[in-house]
Design a protein around this ligand. Sequence first.
Ligand code: 5GP
Ligand code: ZN
Length: 149
Amino acid sequence: MAKPLDYPAMDDCIFCQIVAGDIPSRTVYEDDTVLAFLDANPLARGHTLVIPKAHHETMADLPEDVGGDVFAALHELTPAVEAAVDAPASTVAFNNGEEAGQEVPHVHGHIVPRFSDDGGRPIHAIFGDRPDLPEAELDDIAAAIGDSV
Ligand code: 5GP
Ligand code: ZN
């Protein structure tokens, strides 16, 4: 595969070092702005990470066009990853920010193949009890989100 061009990078970022070719990875996809490679400590066979080549920490930091490129790669790769390991489904997710469990501060999407007997659970299982939110608060939250976009 082609040597990556220069991208805005953080010296101590593992994923920037993978983009630069300084840390080896099992790369499965590359284009001008996106790289995808197998997770080094996979949750399932075929667990793949999809990253922007440029260093952006979270979704909020990601420019809109690069976010579109990352999603396009996820869209193309998800069926390919599933097919490669004969998985009927997958969990596709981002740990977005430290409090959400993001350990590598370079935004990345996980494609984790799922199998009927894998013992895994849906992303709802990350959370405990659901908050009991009054109607008025739901209205306020919806309006606040709408005002922010
Ligand atoms: P996070 O918790 O930040 O959403 O996920 C980080 C993921 O990166 C983990 O699943 C971890 O196994 C993976 N990872 C960490 N360091 C490396 C590495 O050097 N190479 C690869 N291929 N994956 C890594
Ligand atoms: Zn980085």
